[in-house]
Write a protein that binds this ligand. Structure first.
Ligand SMILES: Nc1ncnc2c1ncn2[C@@H]1O[C@H](COP(=O)(O)OP(=O)(O)OP(=O)(O)O)[C@@H](O)[C@H]1O
Length: 511
């Protein structure tokens, strides 16, 4: 079933078209002005727009550009007046899928509608690289994770080196394994080299192996990690920790896929696929002279950046469910329900250790509630409850009617009862406020100081939101222009708009 939008000022025409579209089992909506039509189109989800040219508030062709700039835009079929060949030409030039001439008949509507829907189905099928992807334990369906899975799918089909970046605990090794599992090398080994843990005096031998007798203690020949990865995938974890000597040696191995074992006379081939990972900024290290630029280029043929958990909190419920099920099954205990305040507390935390910290947190909470039937926020580790309590009493300065973006969901009775927050300021939602410019040096502070971190975060959040509202106003919601003005990428911009609930077209109501 498809969603069709009809933009025409003639009410009779709109209802006739809606009936027709419903008759062939699709959904239809209509708007009688361009402004209403554009608002509906931007709200999303339409596959096709039937657009009339002559409208009371302007020429339909003028709004085409705005409609086509929507993310996943609908196809536009323009309805021109009889004999208006200029209008037809302009429609096509502006990017219309097709045009039809009035007077309309069911056939004139249904034929292009079916064609357009067939075309969109084909595109969707082609663009679904993740359809047969094995997730290999990766949980999450947020747009950010979907994008990462798309890259995993592409990387699995290719032999190019992959560089995975992201904060600690975001799943770099998990995603590296997923690339291997989905590749044609899955039957061979996935060999992990932890560059931070390579013993300094045995680095070469650990990586490239050695011949018998090549040094004291080498009583038999050994394959190194690079040799073991032959036919499979070599995963260089924490690649930013490699010293410059090793970087040089590795660059050569990468270029030639050959190496010489310690004490060996001959070079040996190893056909490995390389995936590297780091939580460090390798470009900055190149500038500082601590990482080779040529090695970075080699590693970075395909790049995959994993988002921190705090930027995709919508994945929390699925993560909590799946990770806790795994923990319960390891313990041999029947899963227990979570009380709602448990989730609220998790969503209010900023997860500096990302999913690894979530795993540890769940393990700790489950063990704490071992003899109890249900998990409450009071079972969470103390550091999370303290952060929650502190944020709940932070002197956040709010715009009129504004809810703090990153402050936790309602402080729970358990948190308030167990951690004495000291004298209370008014709760953030009810604090009386005088609007003041964001990022002003004279940012007013309450009587009671929060931690520097909490204060800084709240100020930054408000500044970020204000910037986005201004950006949308200045660019009138035009994403392309907003990206150019702000220097932000499309995905990042959408993520920020979502995070701060800034409506692309809502700039008219900016406070
Ligand atoms: N999207 C995810 N779905 C399910 N589990 C995840 C996800 N991301 C991470 N994890 C889990 O979190 C833990 C840490 O993941 P992993 O070791 O892959 O992170 P990392 O980014 O390599 O960390 P570091 O940089 O500290 O080495 C593992 O238990 C992993 O299974």
């Amino acid at each position: 079933m498809a969603n069709v939008l009809i933009i025409d000022d003639d009410l009779e025409m709109c209802t006739m078209l809606c009936d027709l579209v419903n008759h062939v089992d699709h959904e239809a909506a209509y708007a009688q002005t361009l402004a209403d039509g554009l608002r509906l189109a931007v709200s999303g989800g339409f596959d096709v727009v039937f657009l009339d040219v002559r409208m009371p508030d302007g020429n339909g062709l003028e709004v085409m550009k705005d409609i086509l700039e929507i993310d996943f835009p609908p196809e536009i079929i323009v309805m021109t007046g009889m004999g208006d060949s200029d209008g037809a030409e302009k429609a096509i030039r502006n990017g219309a899928w097709d045009y039809i001439q009035k007077p309309l008949s069911p056939k004139k509507i249904i034929q292009p509608l079916n064609r357009v829907l067939q075309y969109r189905d084909n595109i969707r099928t082609m663009n679904r690289p993740t359809r047969n992807l094995k997730r290999a334990g990766i949980v999450g369906d947020s747009p950010q994770i979907q994008e990462c899975l798309n890259t995993v799918a592409k990387a699995s089909q290719s032999l190019s080196n992959v560089l995975i970046t992201g904060e600690t605990g975001t799943g770099k090794e998990l995603f590296a394994r997923a690339i291997h599992t989905n590749s044609s090398r899955a039957r061979h080994r996935f060999v992990v080299v932890d560059c931070a843990a390579l013993p300094e005096n045995l680095v070469e031998s650990a990586l490239f192996g050695h011949e018998k007798g090549s040094f004291t203690g080498a009583d038999k020949a050994t394959d190194g990690l690079v040799g073991m990865a032959n036919g499979g995938t070599l995963f260089l974890d924490e690649v930013g920790e490699m010293n410059l000597n090793l970087q040089k040696a590795f660059l050569r191995v990468l270029q030639e896929r050959r190496y010489r074992p310690v004490g060996g006379k001959k070079e040996v081939d190893s056909d490995f696929r390389l995936v590297a990972a780091t939580n460090r900024d390798l470009s900055a290290m190149v500038k500082q002279g601590t990482f080779r630029e040529d090695l970075l280029y080699r590693l970075n043929a395909i790049s995959l950046h994993l988002p921190p958990l705090r930027e995709r909190l919508e994945d929390l419920p699925a993560l909590v469910t799946q990770l806790s099920t795994k923990i319960y099954s390891t313990l041999g205990v029947k899963p227990k329900p979570f009380y709602q305040d448990f989730f609220a507390a998790l969503s209010g935390y900023h997860w500096p250790g990302n999913v690894r910290e979530l795993v540890n947190t769940l393990e700790a909470s489950i063990s704490d509630a071992y003899y109890e039937p249900e998990l409450f926020s009071k079972h969470l580790p103390e550091r999370i409850r303290i952060t929650m309590a502190r944020s709940a009493v932070a002197p956040v300065v709010l715009e009129k009617g504004e809810m703090p973006a990153d402050t936790p969901v309602v402080p729970t009775p358990e948190v308030s009862a167990e951690v004495d927050p000291g004298p209370r300021t008014a709760s953030p939602a009810t604090t009386a406020v005088t609007p003041s410019p964001v990022a002003d040096n004279d940012e007013p502070l309450g009587d009671r100081l929060s931690t520097y971190k909490v204060y800084r975060e709240s100020v930054l959040n408000r500044a970020e939101k204000k910037y986005l509202q201004k950006l949308m106003k200045t660019t009138r919601g035009n994403i392309k222009e907003a990206c150019a003005t702000s220097g932000l990428g499309r995905t990042r911009l959408y993520t920020l708009l979502k995070k701060h609930s800034v409506d692309r077209m809502g700039w008219g109501v900016e406070d």
